[in-house]
Write a protein that binds this ligand. Structure first.
Ligand code: FES
Length: 260
C-alpha cells in the first residue's frame, strides 16, 4: 500500500561534508516500509522542478511515525532540501518499489555498501534474525557513513576507502572477497554505485551465491508509468534481455538477473 502524506520535518542535520540526515513524521509510511523501499519527495518551493526526487528509506520508527533518509547535496534540488527548517511540510509518496528479501537465518549474510548506499540497507540489518557483516566503502573517510549506526545494532563493520583515509585502502569488493573467504556460502545484499554493484554481481555469479542489489536510477514518476528508470534485465527474448523499471520492478533486483 502507498500513501501520499504531508510530512513535517523533525530534524534536518548535516552528518558530515555534503551528507545530511532528514527525519520526518510520516506514520503510515513508517509502518508500511520494507527494507530497500524508497520515498518520493516533492520539493516544496520548486513546484515545477523535476516532479519528485527518490530517496532510500534509511530508518523508521513505526511507534512514533518517524522516517529518516540520508541525502547528499549534489545540486540545486538537494541544496534546497538542506536548508529546510523543522516544521516545514514535505509532500511525500511512499513506500515505493520492491525492496530486499529478508536476510536468511540459516547462513551468514553480508551487506556491501558504497557511499550513502548504506542507507538503503540499514533496515535490512536492523530486522535481521542473524546479524550481517557490514562492509562500507567510499572514496575517502568523509564518504563513510552510518558506521556507528550499524555497530550499535551489533554488526561487525569493515571499512575500505580508495585513498586509505579510513579502514583498508582499496575497494569494498576486496573486503567482500575477504569475507567470502571466511564464510563462502554467504548471502549478499548491496547498494552503491553501478560499477561496484556490477563487481558484486560478478563475484556472486562466479561463486553461485545469492546476491540482491539496489540500483540507483533517475526516476520521474516513481510508480512505473514514465520509463525514465529502465534497466536491462535478462529475459527470454531474441536479444536475451528486456527492459525493467527500477522504480516498480526494483530498485532491488537479483544481481544475477541484470543484463550488465
Ligand atoms: Fe517512472 Fe520508473 S520512474 S517508470
Amino acid at each position: 500500500e502507498q500513501y501520499q502524506i504531508s510530512a513535517p520535518i523533525l530534524h534536518n542535520q548535516q552528518l558530515h561534508g555534503d551528507y545530511y540526515q532528514l527525519d520526518i513524521t510520516a506514520p503510515a509510511i513508517a509502518r508500511a516500509a520494507q527494507p530497500g523501499q524508497f520515498i518520493h519527495v516533492q520539493l516544496p518551493a520548486m513546484p515545477d522542478h523535476v516532479l519528485r526526487r527518490p530517496f532510500s528509506i534509511y530508518d523508521v520508527n513505526p511507534t512514533d511515525g518517524r522516517l529518516s533518509i540520508i541525502y547528499k547535496v549534489v545540486g540545486k534540488g538537494t541544496e534546497h532540501i538542506s536548508v529546510l527548517k523543522p516544521g516545514t511540510k514535505l509532500d511525500i509518496l511512499g513506500p515505493l518499489g520492491r525492496g530486499f528479501s529478508p536476510l536468511p537465518g540459516d547462513i551468514p549474510s553480508v551487506i556491501a555498501a558504497g557511499g550513502y548506499g548504506c542507507a538503503a540497507t540499514f533496515l535490512l540489518a536492523k530486522r535481521a534474525r542473524v546479524l550481517p557483516t557490514v562492509l562500507l566503502g567510499g572514496r575517502s573517510a568523509g564518504d563513510i557513513l552510518l558506521q556507528d549506526a550499524y555497530e550499535s545494532l551489533g554488526c561487525q563493520v569493515l571499512v575500505a576507502t580508495d585513498d586509505g583515509s579510513a579502514g583498508a585502502k582499496g575497494l569494498v569488493t576486496e573486503l567482500l572477497e575477504r569475507v567470502l573467504y571466511e564464510a563462502p556460502n554467504s548471502w549478499i545484499a548491496a547498494c552503491g554505485p553501478t560499477p561496484m554493484l556490477k563487481a558484486v554481481g560478478m563475484i556472486a555469479e562466479s561463486r553461485k551465491l545469492n546476491a540482491e542489489i539496489s540500483l540507483d536510477r533517475v526516476m520521474c514518476c516513481g510508480m512505473g508509468a514514465c520509463f525514465a528508470c529502465v534497466i536491462k534485465r535478462k529475459a527470454n527474448t531474441p536479444e536475451k534481455w528486456a527492459y525493467a523499471r527500477a522504480c516498480s520492478d526494483g530498485p532491488v533486483f537479483k544481481a544475477n538477473d541484470i543484463w550488465w
